[in-house]
Design a protein around this ligand. Structure first.
Ligand code: SF4
Ligand code: SF4
Length: 115
């Protein structure tokens, strides 16, 4: 199978990820448009230190899946973004990220930057 076996990992690889300014703005816009109850439910979850601020612990999935950063979309399929559970899927060359990253989610940007 050519898919990553993410189910059951419980966000194992969802640590601080780098984002571009465009991604920061998109995440901000989409979170603002999210129903308040959903957004606040996600914001106030208890996570292990180091886990991405957008990892949805309650549902075991990315809480911003449809607007997650490119690095998360490309993860597992490129030689510089290898999933250790299925390294054979990293058959593509370097991840095609052209824009400069402006910081890391969880470190440089936390929930207070997206309120
Ligand atoms: S990319 Fe790999 S480590 Fe990350 S959740 Fe999926 S299977 Fe697990
Ligand atoms: S944005 Fe989503 S996929 Fe990316 S690290 Fe955070 S929880 Fe994981």
């Amino acid at each position: 199978m050519n898919t990553l076996p993410c189910q059951g990992c419980k966000g194992l690889c969802c640590g601080p990820v780098p984002i571009t300014d465009k991604e920061r703005k998109l995440i901000h816009k989409k979170l603002k448009a999210m129903p308040k109850k959903l957004r606040e439910g996600l914001a106030h979850q208890q996570r292990f230190p180091g886990t991405c601020i957008f990892y949805d612990v309650n549902h075991d999935r990315c809480g911003i899946h449809s607007f997650r950063p490119d690095v998360c979309r490309l993860f597992g399929y490129h030689e510089d973004l290898v999933c250790f559970r299925k390294p054979e899927l990293a058959t593509k060359g370097k991840a095609p990220i052209k824009e400069r990253h402006v910081g890391y989610l969880s470190i440089d940007f936390t929930w207070k930057d997206f309120q």
